[in-house]
Write a protein that binds this ligand. Structure first.
Ligand code: ADP
Ligand code: MG
Length: 275
C-alpha cells in the first residue's frame, strides 16, 4: 500500500479568521505621498495567488511604502496619503466600510528586524496574532505545532515551547515571527527584507520556508539580494526612482525573464549589479 502525503497539513479550524486559502492581490494605479511629496506613482501590479512576487530596486524607490499600502499600514503614518486601488481577490481593501484591522488579518506582514515579544513564551508568541485580532481556536496546541512546522521551526523548539522568544537566535526569531503571522491563516504574506538582518545559513533556511509557504499563501517579498529574488520568486517587479522623481515600476514579469532577458536597459543594469 502507498501512503499519500498531503502537500500541506490540514488547516486547524479558526473562528473569526480570514476566509481559507490564498488570494490574489492586485494594485491599480497606486500613488503615494508623504505630506505633499509624491514618492510612488502609477504602480499597477498583479500578484497571483500561491506564487511569490519579489519587489526589487535601489533604496528609497518606494518598495516598503508600496508593501505597507498593500495591507493598509501606510495610513498609520499621519502625513501619508495615497491614490489608486488595491484589490484582494477583486475587492478593494480601501472600500468604504472595510476595516483596516480586518485587512491586516488577511494580509500579514513580516519585517526586516525580527520582532517577537522577547519575554513572552514561544507558544504565546505564535498565538499573539490571534489574540490581537480576536480570532479563536479550539485546538491551540495543534495550531502552534502547525504554524511552527510551516515556518520550519517546530523541530528546533518543540521541547521548549515555554522558553522566551527572546532566547532564540536571530534566524529562529524571524521564523517565530513568520509562525506568528501564519497562525491566523492569512491569505497573503508580505515580507520586507526578511533576511537582511540575518546570517547566510539563517537566510537559506528562511528562503526554504518561503518556497514552501509560497505554494499555500500569496507571498510578496522585498529583497535587495538578487540571488535571493531568483531563488524564491516566480515574478519580479523592478522599482526605480530617478532623481527627484517618484518611484515607478520600470518592468515586471516572470523572474526568469527579468533576470534572463529584461526589456529595459535599466533593469538589465540593476540585476547585473551595474548600479
Ligand atoms: P525603499 O523601501 O524602496 O527603500 P521607502 O518606501 O522606504 O523606499 O521610501 C520611499 C521614499 O519615501 C523615500 O524617499 C523615503 O525617504 C520616503 N519615506 C518613507 N517613509 C517615510 C515617512 N514615514 N515619512 C516621510 N517620508 C518617508
Ligand atoms: Mg524598504
Amino acid at each position: 500500500t502507498t501512503v499519500s502525503i498531503p502537500d500541506s497539513p490540514p488547516a486547524v479550524r479558526l473562528t473569526g479568521g480570514p476566509p481559507p486559502g490564498a488570494a490574489e492581490l492586485e494594485s491599480r494605479g497606486v500613488a503615494a505621498w508623504f505630506g505633499d511629496r509624491l514618492v510612488l506613482e502609477d504602480v499597477s501590479l498583479r500578484m497571483p495567488a500561491r506564487e511569490v512576487t519579489a519587489l526589487i530596486g535601489p533604496s528609497g524607490c518606494g518598495k516598503s511604502t508600496f508593501l505597507r499600502i498593500l495591507n493598509r499600514m501606510h495610513e498609520l503614518v499621519p502625513s501619508a496619503s495615497l491614490a489608486g486601488e488595491v484589490l484582494l481577490d477583486g475587492t478593494d481593501i480601501y472600500a468604504d466600510g472595510t476595516r483596516a484591522q480586518h485587512v491586516r488579518l488577511r494580509i500579514g506582514m513580516v519585517f526586516q528586524k525580527p520582532n517577537p515579544f522577547p519575554a513572552m513564551s514561544i507558544r504565546d508568541n505564535v498565538l499573539a496574532g490571534l489574540k490581537l485580532a480576536g480570532v479563536k481556536c479550539d485546538d491551540k496546541a495543534a495550531l502552534v505545532e502547525q504554524s511552527l512546522q510551516r515556518a520550519g521551526l517546530w523541530r528546533e523548539v518543540r521541547d521548549r515551547l515555554n522558553a522566551p522568544g527572546g532566547a532564540l537566535s536571530g534566524g529562529q526569531q524571524q521564523r517565530l515571527c513568520i509562525a506568528r503571522s501564519l497562525a491566523v491563516q492569512p491569505n497573503v504574506l508580505l515580507m520586507d527584507e526578511p533576511c537582511s538582518a540575518l546570517d547566510p545559513t539563517s537566510t537559506r533556511r528562511i528562503e526554504q520556508t518561503i518556497a514552501e509557504i509560497g505554494h499555500e499563501v500569496t507571498v510578496v517579498i522585498v529583497t535587495h539580494n538578487m540571488q535571493q529574488a531568483q531563488r524564491v520568486s516566480d515574478h519580479c517587479a523592478f522599482f526605480l526612482a530617478a532623481e527627484n522623481e517618484p518611484g515607478r515600476v520600470v518592468e515586471h514579469g516572470p523572474t526568469a525573464k527579468i533576470f534572463g532577458s529584461p526589456e529595459d536597459e535599466r533593469t538589465h543594469d540593476y540585476v547585473t549589479g551595474r548600479f
